[in-house]
Design a binder for this molecule. Structure first.
Ligand code: ATP
Ligand code: PRP
Length: 224
């Protein structure tokens, strides 16, 4: 029979929330700097809870946009999430101590090559904007005094102007290859995006002794 878990043991356990793909890949060197090695590749194993070389640290694999929610409610003690995701979530219950400077890109407005964006904005007609990032888009156009009709999408935003669903999109741009491949042009740069370490506010107090060395290791690599 297993020995009952003591209250003290609970304070030793740490759960890190990561999403598959670029966040997972780009967080591995940071974990390595903290002496943490994951025991499996989530792309291959399909497991959602992955162990590490430290029996008290585990990684859970969630959708990128769900990372703040798991950390907010304490189902994960800490996680890594893009600034885009954090702005959409709002950041309640989260402490954001470190810009990890990974998964770097920018949030932009883009339109079809032939669309006169400056004229559309000047004329003051309502602009139809398709995006997954509705909070960011709403705030951006409100600050410019531009009236928009927001169309919520969950992916492949670049398609929307091509088939007449919208006049413009708000989406992430990195190399610009996706825009170019679809004959779209970037007409406004809304903000630079990178990923942040997010920590549950209660965990930061209760598990500080366990968390702090990991935060320090992450910060030393992020700043390098
Ligand atoms: P979800 O699975 O929740 O729909 P997603 O598909 O946006 O999210 P990823 O593609 O893994 O998830 O992106 C994770 C994060 O990486 C984004 O939140 C963003 O901050 C950043 N990112 C997205 N696209 C790029 C890119 N092309 N280059 C660099 N960073 C990017
Ligand atoms: C993101 C974003 C764009 C693309 C921009 O999508 O929504 O579609 O990346 O990157 P680019 O400017 O380098 O083309 P997603 O994460 O689906 O794309 P990826 O996995 O192919 O980078």
């Amino acid at each position: 029979m297993n020995a009952p878990t003591s209250h003290t043991d609970d304070f030793q356990q740490l759960t890190l929330a990561l999403s598959k793909g670029r966040i997972f890949e780009e967080t591995l060197p940071l974990l390595e700097a903290a002496g943490i090695r994951v025991s499996e590749d989530p792309e291959k194993s399909r497991k959602l809870i992955i162990g590490t070389n430290d029996p008290n640290i585990r990684v859970i694999i969630v959708r990128a946009s769900d990372v703040p929610t798991y950390v907010q409610y304490g189902a994960a003690d800490f996680g890594v999430a893009g600034k885009d995701v954090l702005q959409e979530h709002g950041g309640a219950g989260l402490y954001q101590p470190i810009d990890l400077q990974i998964a770097q890109c920018r949030m932009s407005v883009a339109v079809s090559e032939g669309f006169d964006y400056a004229r559309a904005v000047r004329q003051g007609a309502r602009l139809r904007v398709a995006t997954k990032y509705t909070e960011i888009a709403r705030n951006h156009f409100a600050s410019k005094g531009v009236h928009i009709d927001l169309i919520k999408l969950y992916g492949s935003m670049e398609l929307a102007p091509l088939v007449g669903l919208s006049d413009a999109i708000v989406d992430l741009v990195s190399t610009g290859n996706t825009l170019r491949a679809n004959h779209l042009i970037e007409v406004e740069h809304i903000m630079d995006i990178s990923s942040r370490l997010v920590v549950n506010q209660a965990a930061l107090k209760l598990k500080r002794l366990r968390l702090q060395p990991i935060l320090d290791a992450f910060a030393s690599v992020a700043g390098a």
